[in-house]
Ligand binder design. Structure first.
Ligand code: GDP
Length: 449
């Protein structure tokens, strides 16, 4: 299986991490030296490895270990997060034009990378999403390629546009796009010719097609089994032709993993899909987080880490609840509280959480303008609190008129706004005291605190 060797090595390294409480520099450095070797052996690009190890080291050394994790697991947590970031963090979708406008996608890649197979696989994905794709056979150098596309297209129930091998690829691509226009297709996927190696003629042909047919998306297909070569191929295509994304094939094989980890970092272009077998259904959307857990091969540990994080959230919520109950809540907590609930996303939910702000009941059907107003209010509130001294934030009772005046000047607001905030804050504190059950939602994980 792909990544087996890298996974095994990483697991052994993490198992050997010892130490308590804090991650010692020596432990982390020794472990990361081995991680570096393991990644290089997995054919990850040298520069990528160097940067990766540096980032992990900076984050790991001296870091407190979460109570429910071992130091080894703590390092796995950081390595996992950095791996996800390396692969682009988010899943990238192929950008399609809206409605029935035609999106032209050009597939490129070396011979044998899996381009023709992947073209048909991709058409199947679009069809499943309700799109109407047309495949165009632009590889005029190999009659077998045209045949192969026709057979695969038929299997997918997708029409293949072909003019045999007697025309030039640019003309075929143009004819395919007008055929698509006349027959209500909304995606055209051009299967172009590959070569055994990067070659100028091939690049020139791709550039010409791209220009003359107004290609919207250029997708490069590379074979993950070729490791660093796949990354070099991606770099060359990106420099010369310009690509929008990569599909990495044959990840079902015994690949060492280097290409998956290096492509985004080296080329800046995301991996869109991965080929997981020869069948036309074997194409999967690329998820950086899932790929990282697969490479680490530690699904159970990662689940444990998630639970530990959830525990910390719950602990924080409990701490906050205690503060509410005892009315120890001050402006520092208020700031932290606003920041935390902001993470929940959406001003609506934030304001609903602040009954003392007097907006809770008015939130239903909030329009965009009102949301903007609310955002602006929230920012002003924050700037007022930031204009307070540390002492004032922790002892709001000392806020006399002259202090309020100074704060108002600092925040650039009228003193009446400062008075209003202090009043609202007092009201909120009172309400919080009466509502010990309010934080229950947070403990259930409904909102993150
Ligand atoms: P092209 O020359 O780039 O068009 O490559 P083809 O589409 O003809 O594929 C070359 C070979 O790779 C064929 O035997 C395919 O079945 C195989 N292939 C393509 N994608 C995958 C994949 O994701 N996994 C596996 N195992 N084989 C693949």
């Amino acid at each position: 299986m792909a990544f087996d060797s890298l996974s095994d090595k990483l697991q052994n390294i993490f198992k050997n991490l010892r130490g308590k409480g804090r991650l010692s520099e020596a432990d982390v450095k020794a472990a990361l030296k081995e991680v570096k070797m393991a990644l290089l052996e997995a054919d990850v690009n040298f520069k990528v490895v160097k940067q990766f190890v540096k980032s992990v080291e900076e984050r790991a050394i001296g870091q407190d270990v979460m109570q429910s994790l071992t130091p080894g697991q703590m390092v796995i947590k950081i390595v996992n997060e950095e791996m996800v970031a390396l692969m682009g963090s988010e899943t990238t979708q192929i950008a399609l034009k809206p409605g029935n406008e035609i999106t032209v996608i050009m597939m490129a890649g070396l011979q044998g990378a899996g381009k023709t197979t992947t073209t048909a696989k991709l058409a199947g994905k679009f069809k499943a999403k309700g799109k109407k794709p047309l495949l165009a056979a632009c590889d005029v150098y190999r009659p077998a390629a045209v045949e192969q596309l026709k057979i695969n297209g038929e299997k997918q129930g997708v029409e293949v546009f072909s003019m045999g091998t007697g025309n030039n690829p640019v003309d075929i691509a143009k004819a395919a796009v007008s055929h698509a226009k006349n027959n209500n297709f909304n995606i055209v996927i051009l299967d172009t010719a590959g070569r055994l190696h990067i070659d100028e003629d091939m690049m020139a042909e791709l550039i010409k097609i791209k220009e003359e047919v107004k290609v919207d998306q250029t997708i490069l297909v590379v074979d993950s089994m070729t490791g660093q070569d796949a990354v070099n191929v991606a770099s060359s295509f990106n420099e010369k032709v310009g690509i929008d994304g990569v599909i990495l094939t044959k990840l079902d094989g015994d690949t060492r993993g280097g290409a998956a980890l290096s492509i985004k970092a080296v080329t800046g272009k995301p991996i869109l899909y991965v080929g997981m077998g020869e069948k036309l259904s074997d194409l999967e959307q690329f998820y950086p987080d899932r790929m990282a857990s697969r490479i680490l091969g530690m699904g159970d540990v990662l689940t444990l880490i998630e639970k530990a994080e959830a525990q910390i959230d719950a602990d924080k919520a409990k701490e906050m609840e205690q503060k509410f109950k005892k009315a120890e809540f001050d402006f520092n907590d208020f700031l932290e509280y606003m920041g935390q609930i902001r993470n929940m996303g959406g001003i609506g939910s934030i304001l609903n959480m602040l009954p003392g702000m007097g907006l809770g009941g008015k939130m239903k059907g909030l329009d965009a303008g009102a949301t903007e107003d609310a955002e602006a209010n929230l920012k002003r509130t924050e700037s007022i609190i930031y204009s307070m001294t540390a002492k004032e934030r922790s002892n709001p009772d000392i806020l006399n008129p002259s202090r309020k005046n100074r704060i108002a000047r600092g925040a650039g607001v009228d003193i009446s706004e400062v008075n209003k905030l202090v009043k609202q804050f007092d009201q909120m504190k009172k309400m919080m005291k009466q509502m010990p059950g309010m934080m229950k939602g947070a403990k259930k994980g409904r909102f993150k605190l």
